[in-house]
Every structure is written in C-alpha cells, then in structure tokens.
Design a protein around this ligand. Structure first.
Ligand code: HEM
Length: 529
C-alpha cells in the first residue's frame, strides 16, 4: 500500500513538473530572445519570494534586451511576451485592440474567483473579460467625462482643506513627515467622498472603521498570497468556489459592500442627490446614451485612442456591479494618486527652482479668480502643473507593466512574430519611461519632458503612466483633477523643503502593491509669506 502511495505521489509530481515546464522552449523555438524559465516559478523567483518588486524586474529585463523589439520570459509555466517596439505596442493597445481586450486569461482569473465575497472582485473592471468588460466599461465611462468632473471639484476642495490644515501643523512644528502618509489620507478621503458618499475623515482619526478596513484592503499578507496562488493547483480553485471560501479579505470586502448598498438604498428612499460618483453610477445603470457623451468629450489623440467602439449587449446590471465598481475606484485610485502626489512633493523639494516656477503659475491662477481656487476649466489650463505631474509619473511609475492577454491568435504585421490565444503580453512602462531614446537624461526630474514640443518629438506610446487605448485608466481625469486641486491648494500656501531623512538610493518596496519606495519619502514644509 505504502509503495502505491509513493508511486502515486511521484506520478503526480511528474505530471505537475510537466504541466509547469511544457512551454519552457516556447521562445527558443520561435527565435525570440528570452530569460530562461526554471521549475516551478518561471523566470523570476523574486516575485514568489517577494524579495524584489515587479516594477524593478520589468525595468531590468527591459534594459537587458534594450535593443530588441521584444523579449520573452515565464511566470510559473506561462510564457510572457514583453514588447518594446512602439509600433507593435500601438497594435496591441489600440489598432488591434480586439485581439488583446483582456488583462487576465481564464486561468489567471481563477486567482480572484472564489466564494461570495470574492465575487465582488471578479466583477471588477480590471479583471472582467471580453464583452462583459466592454459592457461595464461602456456603462460607467460617462461618469468620467469632463462635464461630470466639473461637479467633483467641490468635493475634492473640501478634502483639500483638511490636507492644508495637516500641512499647517507640520509647518508649525518644522517636523519631517512621510509624504504618502499625508497624501494617502487625502486620496482616500477624496475617493471615499465621491465613490462611497462617506468622508472617512482620515486626517482627524486614523482608527475609523472605514480607514481600518481600507488599510486591510491595501495590504497583501503572505497568507493572502498563499490562498490566492493555491488556486493555480489543478481543481483547487473550483473546490474553493464550491466550498464558498474567500481569498480576498472577506471581512473588509463585506464592510465596503454593505456601505455602498446602504448608501444606494438611502438615496433611493430619501431622493438625496449630492451628484457624486455614486449618483452618476446609478444614473448610468438607467441610461444607455453613454456613447454620445463620450464622443462629445474627445479632446486629443490619447482620448481618441481610448474610445471603445462597442454596442452594449446587456443594458441591465444588478446593483452588485455598482458595489464592485465603487470598490475598484477606491482601490485603483487610492494608492496610485497618493503615490503620484508624494513623488511630486519629493521632486519639488529637491528642485526649489522648478517648485517656485510652478508656484508662480498657480499664484496667477488664484489671483485671476479673486484669490479663490479656480474653476475646473481654469485648472485644466495650467500647463506646468500638468507637466510636473506627468514627469513624476514617468520617473516613478506606479503601474510598471501593462498587461494584455491575446484573445485570438495574432501575427504582428510585417514581422514573423506570432502570439497565440491566451498568451500574456506585457508593455514595460517602467523600462520605456527610463529609456534615453525617449527621454534624455532619463533619471533626472525634468518637467520639460512633457512640453508640447517634447511630446510631439516622441511616440505617444512612450508614456504609459495611465496606460493607452480603450483599456487605459478610466479614472485618469479624476486622478489628474484630484492631484491638481491638492497641489494647487498646498503650493499656494506652502513650500516643500528637502528632508535629510530621505534614503540615498531608492529601492522599491517589494511588499507595496504598486511601486512605492522602501522606507518612504520624506519632506518638510514651510509656510509661504
Ligand atoms: C495617478 C493616478 C493613477 C494612475 C497612475 C493610474 C494608472 C492606471 C493604469 C496604468 C491602468 C492600466 C491601464 C492599461 O492597462 O492600459 C489603470 C487602470 C484603471 N484605473 Fe487607474 N490610475 C490612477 C488613478 C485612478 C483613479 C483615481 C481611478 C478611479 C477613480 C482609477 C481607476 C482605474 C480602473 C477602474 C482601471 C481599470 C480599467 C479597465 O480595465 O477598464 N485609476 N490605471
């Protein structure tokens, strides 16, 4: 009996070994340069051991193959194709988008698919597939038109006042402070106010239940990783779903689901309508006129590329789609925006001359509006402010690699390169953003990289901070508005001053979901005269 058991275990191990390694010759066979795969993790054990951040690995691999059009690697047994060539990137993200609609393949989606609370995550925009994604994206895109964003300024300004009060305390004490701790609170409160109808008041009290559950959502423990990756083991995902087991922070997920359901119910019962993102989402569920609004809003090539040509197949969703969407707006927007503001504060503290140029632009805008924060349109007309935000995003890119899955076999035009259905394609944003072909002195903070002339002189696909094409960041306008309002309110009153507490060398914290700096980024702040 013992012998039979040992033989069965050996046979299972061999099957598993074969299952993982069966594609390890894939890139060699088609003549694509690649990083070798090793059993069981693929090309980068650091991703499993969590000793390096993916953004750094993407950048290093890009540099290793910098003169190539593309390179291959493996994640566990999955072949990954990383594309460097701008024309090929354009095909994946925009021109032949219909062959690369999804961000996950049906296997990767298993990571999210479990019990009742995991379902909230499976239904989210970033994970949805094919036509279902198109339906949801087309339904909710209208909430981010510039017309709708105008109405958000009042909510963001209110949270900006708390941000200024917090900075006032640091200016008085002269203390060094960690930038993301402060900007994170701003970003959380701004998003929660707009997407959940609740101001968590993070500046006043760190221990509110909303803040605690949000902190849990943004933390990934080793146990979380184990639960999630266990779903790669054959039949494990199906079993967990059958047993209603949840891998994605069920307590916090339940909390947010209940909050949003209660808010929707309250609005329905009372007719209250502050016109925040929740109201706009509820409206979107009722109307199908979104495409007209989108068209009216197209302003440049980026927006043009982002347009999704799709006739919705399913106009009615249940309320859970609002729950999932509100939660993903919080998750996708919180850290990205908090980090971007932190990087910007850090770079401005390092470059007092650039900071004072930005302050002059902002001061003039306030003066023109009688000392008050300008209206939406005037905020959009501050070029240097946007240049500084984009340059911060270029140098410290929160989403270091854009992911697409090939949804039908595809051959890149005028090349011999073919990708098969279910192959994963990565666009290495963190590598491209530091390539001197596109950005001279790429390690230097230089907002001039985003002057009109500089932008015209390089491919539009050389900047991928918000992604590109129909699957680009849906919240870009909201994020930029949030960042602009925050910086205008802060810089009109205060000046960032470089802190000696900053690390000499930036290492990206492998435990941060997006690429934030290990140990944090510090600044001091001084009240302006
Ligand atoms: C500076 C802040 C932000 C940055 C840098 C950022 C960046 C990105 C990037 C790179 C993507 C992937 C795009 C692609 O694959 O082509 C993305 C997707 C997404 N972002 Fe953002 N984002 C930010 C803020 C926000 C905000 C504030 C929201 C919501 C209000 C948001 C919601 C989303 C959603 C829902 C997706 C998935 C879109 C889809 O799959 O259709 N993001 N974001």
């Amino acid at each position: 009996m013992l012998l039979e058991i040992i033989l069965i275990i050996i046979a299972l191990c061999l099957v598993f070994y074969r299952y993982v390694t069966k594609n390890f010759n894939r890139w060699k066979d088609v003549g694509v340069p690649f990083t070798k795969g090793r059993f069981p993790y693929g090309s980068h054990v650091e991703l499993i051991s969590q000793s390096r951040h993916i953004n750094e690995l993407i950048r290093e691999d890009y540099d290793k193959f910098i003169n190539e059009d593309l390179h291959g690697s493996f994640f566990f047994g999955k072949p990954i194709l990383t594309i460097h060539n701008m024309e090929m990137i354009k095909h994946v993200l925009v021109k032949d988008f219909n062959s690369f609609v999804d961000r996950n393949d049906t296997n990767l989606i298993k990571l999210f698919d479990g019990g009742e609370y995991d379902q909230v995550w499976v239904k989210q925009l970033p994970s949805l597939l094919g036509d279902e994604w198109k339906d949801v994206r087309a339904t909710f895109s209208p909430i981010f038109t510039s017309g709708k964003m105008k109405g958000m300024v009042k909510f963001i300004r209110k949270v900006g006042e708390s941000l200024n009060m917090e900075f006032g305390k640091f200016a008085e004490s002269g203390e060094d402070f960690e930038l993301k701790e402060v900007f994170g609170k701003f970003s959380l409160d701004a998003l929660a106010t707009c997407a959940f109808g609740i101001n968590p008041q993070s500046f006043e009290d760190k221990s509110t239940i909303f803040v605690k559950h949000a902190a849990r959502i943004f933390t990934m423990t080793t146990l979380d990783n184990l639960k999630m990756f266990s779903r790669f083991i054959p039949f494990c995902a199906e079993l967990q779903k059958f047993l209603n087991l949840n891998a994605h922070k069920p307590k916090a997920t339940k909390f947010f689901r209940d909050v949003i359901r209660q808010t929707i119910q309250h609005r329905r019962e009372t007719g209250e309508r502050p016109n925040d993102l929740i109201d706009l989402m509820i409206d979107c569920m009722k109307t199908s006129k979104d495409s007209e609004e989108n068209n009216a809003d197209v302003i440049d090539q980026y927006e043009h590329d982002m347009k999704l040509a799709h006739n919705k197949t399913k106009l009615e969703f249940d309320e859970d789609i609002i729950v999932s969407t509100a939660l993903i707006l919080l998750v996708a927007g919180y850290d990205t925006t908090g980090m971007t503001l932190s990087f910007m504060g850090y770079y401005l503290s390092m470059h007092p001359d650039l900071q004072s140029r930005l302050q002059s632009e902002i001061d003039q805008a306030f003066e023109k509006n009688g000392g008050k924060l300008p209206e939406y349109q005037a905020i959009q007309e501050l070029p240097y402010l946007e240049m500084c935000i984009m340059e911060s995003l270029r140098l410290m890119t929160p989403v270091g690699g854009l992911m697409r899955v090939c949804t039908k076999d595809y051959k890149f035009p005028n090349t011999h390169v073919e990708v098969k259905k279910n192959d994963v394609v990565i666009i290495p944003a963190s590598g491209i953003h530091q390539d001197e072909k596109y950005y001279p002195n790429p390690k230097q903070f230089n907002p001039e990289n985003f002057s009109k002339e500089a932008k015209q002189s390089r491919s539009p696909y050389a900047f991928l901070g918000f992604g590109q094409g129909p699957r680009a960041c849906i919240g870009m306008r909201f994020a930029l508005l949030e960042a602009k309002v925050a910086m205008m309110m802060v810089l009109s009153n205060y000046t960032f001053v470089y802190s000696q507490k900053n690390p000499d060398k930036h290492v990206i914290d492998p435990h941060s979901q997006l690429g934030y700096v290990k140990g944090g980024l510090f600044s001091k702040i001084r009240k302006r005269n």
